[in-house]
Design a protein around this ligand. Sequence first.
Ligand code: PLP
Length: 480
Amino acid sequence: MSLSSLAADGKAPTTPLPTIPSVDRVLNLPSVRALTESYGRAITTTAVRQLLAELREQLTGNLDLPADAFAETRLAGVLEQRLYAARQPRLRPVLNLTGTVLHTNLGRARLPDEAVAAVLMAASQACNLEYDLAGGARGDRDDLIEPLLREITGAEAATVVNNNAAAVFLALNSLGQRKQVIVSRGELVEIGGAFRVPDIMARAGCRLQEVGTTNRTHLKDFAEAIDAKTALLLKVHTSNYAIQGFTAAVEEAALAQLAHSHNLPFMVDLGSGTLVNLRDFGLPQEPTPMDSLAAGADLVTFSGDKLLGGSQAGILIGRRDLIARIKKNPLKRALRVDKMTLAALEAVLQLYRDPERLAVRLPTLRLLTRAVADIERTAQTLSPAMGAALAGVAQVEVRACHSQIGSGSLPIDRLPSFCLAVTPIVRGKGEGTALKKIEQAFRNLPVPVIGRVSEGAFCLDLRCLEQVDMLQSQLGSLRF
Ligand SMILES: *Cc1c(COP(=O)(O)O)cnc(C)c1O
């Protein structure tokens, strides 16, 4: 049925304008009524109104309209397409085959099943978030995980905020406002985008006292900078780069001793704090919060979703009096974590109580410790299907490569891995465009596949591919 016979010949009409069907009339078409059922009346009505307005504009603008522009099947078809597209979640699963295990842009740590179950519980049910079940009175949400953090790290006290940037900010504001904080010039780092130590310091109301030089800082540089305005000494773990060559940094133990001899606290921003010795798992050594405490640090901050493998959070551990001061800061309330974060964190911390099974149960550690032979086997398994799906477009070969931990762990510590290297058949001119098209085709898959371009090839590092099916079953949908 065509609702506008005047447009039926496909020509834009001259005067008079055709009658465009009313919104109600379109809404009452049987196939549009069906859309109302599945998408809801309000947004279907809005979509109809918008579509009719567009058609009216095209008519008055004398633009060619398709002959069936007002036919029921066409109207309903266009509406369904738009309503469906608008209902698709913007936050979607992807396959992280970039080779960076903790990829900030791809959500960092994947939670273990135990944590997912805990999140679901906290999200869907009333829970004792701030309620002391033993005493029947108001409780403190930190009590849910402080005992676990104390048990695992040996710290006197602990608290949690939104992320590690917030932890550093809150600690500086609580302990150093209107005072001076001393830090080495070599540690004035920027960590991904907007976290720059000098900026955080300024916003926290602290005066930054830089000492030493970019490559060398000595204990006497700190000692000479201490005066009556000094609030604390700070060490920032320069996690995302390494200064090599003629370098000197002051050991945590020496800084702690110096701070304590002046009755000042010593704080360490560790960034990616792992709670196990990574060397026990055959991985490059990373400093732990326990190492910092043992060296005499009074306060240590680290992320919940980097090497710890949990939810986004900033964890502060250390001296009881300092944690108490931090918790009293009104900004603590503004930076607090929600129940789902705490639920996930508690479940993840529980896994740390059983280190022997941690590498199996905690996805971050499982992926980082995955046997290279296993990754190679996955590559060999996938290679023929991938080659077939890309026939005529690109060549596929299994290639040795290196993954990295990511999220600020030392970029020079790389883990041997295997990838599928996809090389466009076009050589020379047009090669770059072909490569971009391949990258895009993988991004356009139902579950987008994100790789990295390296040495003229689109590389899919298979370290983080645990569900081979999720990649294999989509290969037929690749469109170039
Ligand atoms: C990652 C990092 C931060 C920021 O932590 P977020 O949890 O991302 O807010 C701060 N300091 C250091 C040293 C880091 O590595």
